[in-house]
Design a protein around this ligand. Structure first.
Ligand SMILES: Nc1nc2c(ncn2[C@@H]2O[C@H](COP(=O)(O)OP(=O)(O)OP(=O)(O)O)[C@@H](O)[C@H]2O)c(=O)[nH]1
Ligand SMILES: [Mg+2]
Length: 561
């Protein structure tokens, strides 16, 4: 019986049997894969709601089938057939991916580590292959890989793979071997995720949350090796999960050489301490991962200030008996940022530092308020772009106003608000109207309260706008939950603009069913694609209308006083 690797939890035996059949399949000579093989892989991947990786040798034999991402299913170095860094390993991987987007850096790094001949990523939608990408190694020190643009399955499967692999190998050996920089291998935290499914969470929400945590860890620079789950009516007071699970985590962490455990919920200082003692490696929670991303991302003075405040506010109540152990255990995530050295200093010093930072944030708030006041006097209306992280807010700002805000396929790309002028011509009167468009930090489900407090100066840009455009990534499977989460966060703000508009973005990647559903449930919404520049004119006009409605609403409110 051929073994299936990876995370097989909750996978029915019938599917395991289907997966085993892949071992019997052969590819055509010289081809990277067969279209039928790719389609079958996509079909089963979509049935089990998990990515699958098939590793094949140059003769086209399947040597390993694993459930999980290329990152999670890496072949241990000692099991790879060829060891020399000047040669490729002679193995390539055909992987499915449930997200419709090009493979990310983490996937590429997994390929570099194993010196794979190539990596095929097939994105899956509705049980079929939607897009194909081909990645391979190149002799380049910074980015030792290249990823093709989207390919059709035909293009992919018709290439002569033997010739390609030989050519790539020649280039690499001429350059003296694969440039696998040491930092790339060792700087990454090797992470084990632990999800605790309590009764208040639906299974779907729980899984979405874990999936999001994988993205968060990857954004923070870690690699998720595996996920462990436990159902509990409520978290165990001392160790969050039960004793048996703690042992399982310890064992798996050792086996996978993990150096960090990340929990999908907040854990207390004493829970973390207990777990660290039993497992022997660092334990952090979701909030710490988010804070770490913010710390890495903060560039401006204001950004750094707010991140430091958030980190200290989070740490202060958790400080007792924690700091020293944490730094000794030496993981990266959760220990970086301006707060890091202060972890070990006394509570009182930290208390004083918090007070000082609070002062500075107050000044920042006052400063931003003055700028807004000046704008107000010029009577230029302000529309703020809000939404879940990665929805495409900054990309929209850029295409609408020719701004050059940093955008990236990572969570929390933006920390600092940016405001730009947008001139809109009214179609009937040909009158030119100017509005200001503000891009802000993205939201996330259960945005940690210390971040909400520390980023109040930034979030105030939202509160003080005349109207909101709520940008939603319609290509994300959890888009509805994202809307709910964003609304929950807005509800916690003291006062938000009365008028708002939903802009469904990334419609170029959304399937027709989703589009139909969104149209039906949100008849007022605008549908756009920032990257494909679709629907932008409508969005501009609707923004103008929104401003007019909000001016009318304010006038009405004043008249009734
Ligand atoms: N396919 C597609 N991708 C898009 C579209 N709009 C944005 N993206 C991509 O989505 C990713 C995130 O875009 P950003 O503009 O950085 O998202 P954001 O909402 O500003 O994210 P945060 O700053 O993290 O809150 C980038 O890789 C964009 O290229 C779109 O209409 N279609
Ligand atoms: Mg952004």
């Amino acid at each position: 019986m051929q073994r299936i690797y990876g995370n097989l939890q909750d996978i029915k035996t019938t599917y395991i049997k289907q997966l085993q059949r892949f071992y019997e399949q052969r590819q055509l000579e010289n081809k990277i894969t067969r279209p039928e093989f790719a389609s079958e892989l996509a079909a089963i991947s979509s049935q089990i709601h998990q990515p699958i990786c098939c590793y094949l040798n140059r003769r086209g034999q399947v040597i390993r089938v694993a459930v999980g991402t290329p990152n999670q299913t890496q072949i241990p170095p000692e099991e790879l057939p060829r060891h020399s860094s000047e040669r490729l390993s002679g193995i390539h991987c055909v992987a499915t991916q449930l997200r419709s987007q090009p493979p990310d850096e983490a996937v590429a790094i997994a390929m570099v580590r194993q010196r794979l001949d190539a990596l095929v990523v097939l994105t899956v939608a509705d049980g079929a292959v939607k897009q194909a990408f081909l990645a391979h190694l190149i002799p380049n020190a910074q980015t030792p890989w290249t990823i093709s643009p989207e390919l059709s399955l035909d293009d992919l499967t018709q290439q002569n793979f033997d010739d390609l692999a030989e050519e790539w190998e020649r280039e690499i050996s001429q350059a003296g071997g694969t440039y696998l920089s040491q930092e790339m291998v060792s700087d990454q935290d090797r992470v084990l995720l632990v999800g605790v499914q309590t009764e208040d969470l639906s299974p779907q929400r729980f899984e979405d949350g874990l999936e999001e945590l994988v993205r968060l860890v990857e954004t923070a620079g870690g690699v998720v090796l595996d996920k462990l789950r436990q159902k509990r009516s409520r978290p165990h007071p001392q160790t969050v999960v039960g004793q048996g699970k703690v042992e399982e985590i310890a064992l798996l962490a050792q086996k996978l050489r993990a150096n960090l455990i990340v929990f999908d919920r907040d854990i207390s200082a004493s829970q973390a301490r207990n777990l660290e003692q039993e497992i022997g490696i660092s334990v952090v929670d979701r909030t710490e991962v988010i804070l770490d991303i913010f710390a890495q991302r903060a560039r401006s003075g204001a950004g750094k200030l707010q991140v430091e405040l958030a980190q200290l506010e989070y740490m202060l109540p958790r400080l007792r008996g924690r700091g020293r152990e944490m730094s000794r255990l030496g993981a990266g995530i959760g220990t970086r940022g301006p707060g890091e050295t202060r972890l070990e200093t006394e509570r009182r010093t930290i208390g004083r530092r918090i007070a000082q930072l609070q002062q500075e944030v107050n000044q920042l708030q006052a400063h931003r308020a003055r700028i807004r006041e000046q704008r107000h006097q010029q009577e230029i209306p302000v529309v703020a772009l809000v939404g879940y992280t990665n929805a495409g807010k900054s990309t929209l700002l850029n295409v609408l106003t020719h701004a050059e805000v940093y955008t990236a396929d990572q969570l929390f790309a933006t920390l600092d608000p940016t405001t730009r002028k947008l001139v809109i011509t009214e179609p009937e009167t040909q009158q030119r109207r100017t509005i200001l468009l503000t891009d802000t930090v993205g939201f996330i489900h259960e945005l940690p309260p210390p971040l909400m407090d520390a980023f109040r100066a930034t979030l105030e840009e939202v509160v003080e706008a005349d109207a909101l455009i709520h940008v939603v990534n319609l290509s994300h499977p959890a888009w509805e939950n994202h809307i709910t989460s964003v609304r929950e966060i807005l509800d916690q703000m003291p006062q938000i603009p009365a008028k708002s508009l939903i802009a469904f973005n990334k419609i170029d990647r959304a399937d027709s069913e989703t589009l139909a559903k969104a149209t039906q449930e949100y008849p007022q919404a605008v549908f756009v694609s920032a990257t494909q520049r679709l629907g932008l004119e409508t969005l501009k006009l609707r923004s103008l209308q929104l401003i007019e409605e909000s001016v009318e609403a304010i006038a009405l409110a004043q008249n009734s006083l």
